[in-house]
Design a protein around this ligand. Structure first.
Ligand SMILES: [Zn+2]
Length: 369
């Protein structure tokens, strides 16, 4: 049974908004004679009575008369209080859709742009602005933002390349001016390994290199060390002085081709590089951890969690759980907090008032309970 007259019967000339302002069902005037089925409901009544008998027809007639205001009269739309449509018209955000559904085929774009232009001219829609466009530049702050939020602008800046060129001459000079390596150089040129007594008061750094005396040699006037990596493919590596460590690390981690790799991969690259220095792995770790660009762009590593499981207890007070709620307004007894104690075994939960959350107060309550 149709409760409303189809719109096609009303005719195309009716403006629903202007000619029929919204009116609550209770405010609609009713026919004075309620015993006769109104003319516009005759058809509905006759159709409905086809399968009804005696009293049912009377009941149906009463129903129709009672609810006649729900049916449309000729030339108007029927109203009901049973359903209310809410249409939001002001300051509503547009519905977000995934980008795939907004993508328009190339051959349809011109037609879409024309349609959009027409709607804009009629004032039905207003222009938004592209994602990521700067508000202050475009002056479009009052207009609707479409799509997802633009990414937060990056603050960290690329570390500029060092002025130091890692040529053989530069490296030789840096080694000769390095407080530790220049001593090793001197010993190597003299061809004698100092006694332990001679260097016992020296730094650990010097002892580190002297401990590798057999592996160290001069190549073209540069101090090099024969280094065996895990693959057992030994190679000569330049003993890098402290002053060029940062430059080497910059080349390993910060250049555009380096790509800000993590600690492990940067160390793997360092192993393939022609340089070696004491605590190389540690200094790479510190350098990467302190890199602002990495810190800003990369998410922290996913911490693996163990599966949850039930904790089985066999006796009261074998395991308890506590929590403190508050602070609340101070009571007459000067209490501000509530200590909640739950016993895992009987599932008994009790609450105690606490004046403060000091460990002493907590312990007193727990041991007295
Ligand atoms: Zn980085």
């Amino acid at each position: 049974m149709a409760l409303f007259t189809p719109v096609s019967r009303i005719g195309p000339t009716i403006n629903l908004c202007q000619q029929n302002p919204a009116q609550h069902v209770n405010q609609v005037t009713t026919d004075t004679d309620t015993s006769i089925v109104p003319e516009h409901l005759q058809l509905v009544f006759e159709r409905g009575c086809k399968h009804l008998k005696g009293e049912q027809v009377e009941e149906f007639k009463k129903f129709i008369l009672k609810n006649q205001n729900c049916f449309a009269r000729p030339g108007e739309v029927g109203r009901t209080h049973l359903w209310i449509h809410k249409i939001k018209l002001k300051d509503e955000k547009p519905v977000r859709e995934p980008p795939t559904s907004r993508r328009i085929p190339m051959f349809k774009r011109q037609a879409v742009e024309e349609e959009v232009k027409k709607l804009e001219e009629r004032g039905l829609i207003e222009n938004g602005f592209l994602i990521g466009q700067d508000d202050s530049v475009s002056g479009e702050t009052s207009k609707i933002k479409r799509g997802r939020k633009p990414n937060r602008p990056k603050q960290a800046k690329q570390i500029p390349q060092s002025d130091t060129d890692l040529t053989l001459e530069v490296i030789r000079d840096k080694q000769e001016s390095d407080s530790i390596l220049k001593q090793i150089l001197k010993y190597k040129i003299e061809g004698r390994k100092p006694d332990w007594g001679e260097i016992s008061s020296e730094s650990v750094h010097l002892k580190y290199w002297l401990a590798r005396w057999e592996s160290i040699d001069l190549k073209n006037g540069i101090l090099c060390m024969y280094w065996d990596d895990d693959t057992k493919k030994g190679r000569w590596k330049i003993c890098a002085p402290n002053s060029i460590e940062k430059t080497i690390l910059w080349y390993l981690h910060d250049t555009k081709t380096a790509g800000h790799l993590g600690i492990k991969k940067t160390y793997e690259k360092a192993k393939l590089s022609p340089f070696y220095w004491r605590n190389m792995q540690e200094s790479i770790k510190n350098y990467v951890n302190q890199c602002e660009i990495c810190g800003e762009r990369k998410n922290p590593p996913n911490k693996k969690r163990h599966c949850m499981k039930s904790y089985v207890v066999g006796d009261p007070f074998e395991r308890i759980a506590t929590d403190i709620a508050g602070p609340f307004p101070i009571t007459d007894n000067k209490n501000r907090y509530i200590l909640v104690v739950g016993d895992y075994f009987p599932k008994l939960t009790e609450a105690y008032a606490m004046p403060d959350i000091q460990a002493k107060t907590f312990a007193n309550i727990i041991f007295r309970a």
